[in-house]
Design a binder for this molecule. Structure first.
Ligand SMILES: C[S@@+](CC[C@H](N)C(=O)[O-])C[C@H]1O[C@@H](n2cnc3c(N)ncnc32)[C@H](O)[C@@H]1O
Length: 204
């Protein structure tokens, strides 16, 4: 099954609160984004936003230039519906981030929770990093969260690559300066825990 079909099937058959990565609010992501984007006009892209409430919370905080990108039309439709009229303030991109044609330097902040770790082929990771380097303006910020070294080796039934701060940063290269990293124990809706890693980098 290809990537898009997989995700359309997941979102077509599961309620938002029942997927393992669900949390009512992405608190760590929000804290880091607020640090990176002091200006409410900052251009923020949430890559693989899915049905998460991050976009809702960013709108509540007054951010006015938000893009949500996801490979799944179903997930985007659910999120748009939840937001109602507020969805019109958001830019929506339904595409695969590894092939997306993004505008050069368009974003001040790139956020990804639990997408990069699905890229098990080197070519996919290279294409992803090339897109980050292209689409984030010089001096911009990149916040990536993956499963940590003690996290699961699968997510949504798919193989993932687990990272520590060093190995994740290595994927991005010298133009990305690691500002800080942290680990988080995510409590799934089933009562189990999963270790996530967060890395926050500044682009040269
Ligand atoms: C585990 S979910 C995480 C969703 C959300 N970021 C969160 O933390 O709740 C992974 C998301 O990435 C999307 N995704 C997976 N591969 C992708 C790709 N190559 N390009 C864009 N989105 C992708 C999926 O549709 C899904 O919404």
């Amino acid at each position: 099954m290809d990537t898009k079909t997989h995700w359309e099937k997941i979102y077509g058959t599961k309620e938002p609160e029942t997927v393992s990565w669900y949390r009512p609010h992405l608190e760590t992501s929000l804290t880091l984004i607020e640090r990176a984007a002091r200006d409410k006009l900052a251009s923020i892209i949430d890559v693989g936003g899915g049905e998460s409430t991050l976009v809702d919370d960013l709108l509540v905080r007054g951010y006015q230039n938000i893009t949500v990108l996801d490979i799944s039309q179903t997930a985007v439709d659910v999120t748009r519906k939840r937001l109602g009229l507020a969805a019109e303030q958001v830019h929506w991109l339904v595409t695969d981030v590894t092939v997306a044609e993004l505008e050069r330097g368009a974003y001040d902040v790139w956020h990804d929770r639990a997408v990069f770790h699905f890229l098990t082929a080197i070519e996919q990771r290279v294409a992803y990093v090339r897109n980050v380097a292209h689409a984030v303006r010089p001096g911009g910020h990149v916040i990536i969260s993956t499963f940590g070294p003690e996290g699961p080796d699968k997510c949504s039934g798919l193989d993932v690559v687990r990272y520590d701060a060093e190995s994740l940063h290595e994927q991005f290269g010298a133009r990305f300066h690691l500002v800080e990293s942290s680990r988080e124990l995510h409590l799934t809706p089933f009562g189990t825990t999963q270790q996530f890693l967060y890395c926050y980098c500044k682009v040269e």
